[in-house]
Design a protein around this ligand. Structure first.
Ligand code: ZN
Length: 420
């Protein structure tokens, strides 16, 4: 007798329902098993947990504070945040983050990597999030990145603050080389942060080349440092939007070196679709990295949400599926094999990027899973379908009631499911 039988689950890249067994918090063979409890999933899509590889939790839910970003631009966003950050307190950060972590969990997210601004002598936001990381352990795995929003070399005591952030318990070393005062400072900042991560045995995740300037080429420095230090699999470059504008000959050489480095990539379609291309009069560039070329080179590219209702992005509710839906458009990923890949890019690929154990919903994997109110992976994406059930270690952590819609047509009320 096993604990739980989940009947009629449809796995990604499939349409045929299967049964999943759960015992002792782990998935087991379901065939021929009796269970203490049975849940019929009604032919709904089941995936491993969603993983959020890139969000700024310290800034969530601050949109409009202390004033709105009227233009919606990156630069006005930075100016507004510089005002808001002055009255940051531990309580303020924790109250906002607790709310958004619940939203994320309801969307099926069980692991989150958050960048945390450490350009603050008090490191208030980092202290708040280090405490929260303990509070939510066992529900959401939180990885914290020491993120120098205003630069490492270009901010007073920037290097010391990065070291202090690691002492306080940051899991990942961040950076922002394209924002340093000079190109040389950008290169030096990458060398500094890679060395810091190597010395401390930490991971790396750098905001890299988040600009439309095709001369911003710090990702090549990251690749070189990753190769020389043997840090394959431990280093992530986020955004890399400038890559989109590189000439083809340079991009060819770069992508070969990136493949050799074994780095991972995070693209952030929500923020970058509204923040990039702001200086273009037409044609306006899409402002995303070279997602398909990186994937063709065998590299891991995953999708981040980046912002939830902050000075840079006023929308969002913490759902990676919404970001995947947007990337389907901006990255031309509407091909028959590309749509299911978008689901990988919010589940198993970010798990690899965060160096988490792989969960493919096979016997022996933890019973951590997400049920979508849709019959297939493509339908889930098309409908940005709600998550009806979120389970961790065989326990239900979140549930949503499926929505029911009717229309009245020729005097009769009938149900509409938006399914063929
Ligand atoms: Zn970011």
């Amino acid at each position: 007798m096993i604990d739980l039988l989940l009947r009629n689950a449809v796995l990604p890249r499939s349409t045929a329902p299967v049964d999943l067994g759960v015992d002792g918090g782990v998935l087991v063979e379901a065939a021929g098993q009796e269970a203490r409890e049975t849940i019929d999933l009604g032919g709904r899509l089941v995936t491993p947990p969603l993983v959020e590889p890139h969000i700024h939790l310290d800034a969530v839910l601050t949109v409009g504070q202390p004033r709105p970003n009227v233009s919606g631009s990156l630069f006005e966003g930075i100016a507004v945040w510089a005002e808001r950050v002055r009255d940051l307190t531990v309580g303020d950060v924790q109250a906002r983050v607790r709310k958004v972590l619940r939203w994320q969990l309801a969307n099926g997210v069980q692991s989150v990597r958050s960048h945390v601004d450490v350009c603050d002598p008090e490191l208030t936001a980092l202290r708040a999030l280090v405490e929260l990381r303990e509070e939510v352990r066992g529900i959401v795995d939180l990885q914290l990145v020491a993120f120098p929003q205003q630069g490492i070399l270009g901010f007073p005591d920037g290097r010391k603050l990065m070291e202090k952030a690691c002492d306080l318990g940051a899991d990942v070393v961040g950076g922002i080389p394209h924002y340093e005062l000079t190109r040389e400072d950008g290169v030096a900042s990458v060398q500094f942060l890679m060395s810091l991560a190597a010395d401390r045995g930490l991971l790396v995740d750098v905001h890299c080349d988040e600009t439309d300037d095709d001369h911003s080429r710090f990702v090549e420095v990251m690749a070189a440092e990753t190769i020389r230090r043997g840090m394959a699999g431990r280093v992530t470059a986020s955004h890399t939007t400038a890559m989109h504008s590189y000439n083809a000959a340079y991009a060819y050489r770069l992508i070969n070196n990136l493949a050799r480095s074994g780095m991972h990539f995070v693209t952030n379609p929500l923020d970058n679709s509204v923040l990039q291309g702001r200086f273009d009069q037409g044609p306006v560039r899409r402002g995303h990295t070279r997602v398909k070329q990186l994937q063709e080179a065998g590299l891991t590219v995953c999708i981040g949400h980046d912002s939830v209702m902050d000075p840079w992005y006023p929308l969002g509710y913490g759902d990676p599926l919404q970001a995947a839906f947007v990337l389907a458009h901006f990255a031309h990923m509407s091909g028959a094999d590309e749509l299911p890949r978008l689901i990988d890019m919010i589940t198993v690929e970010p798990a690899r990027t965060l160096a988490l154990p792989e969960n493919r919903l096979r016997p022996g994997d933890p019973a951590d899973l997400v049920v979508f109110d849709a019959p297939t992976d493509v339908d889930a994406l098309r409908l940005v379908a709600r998550r009806t059930l979120v389970m961790r270690g065989g326990r239900v952590l979140a549930r949503s009631e499926p929505a029911r819609t009717t229309v009245t047509w020729d005097g009769a009320e009938e149900e509409v499911t938006f399914l063929r």
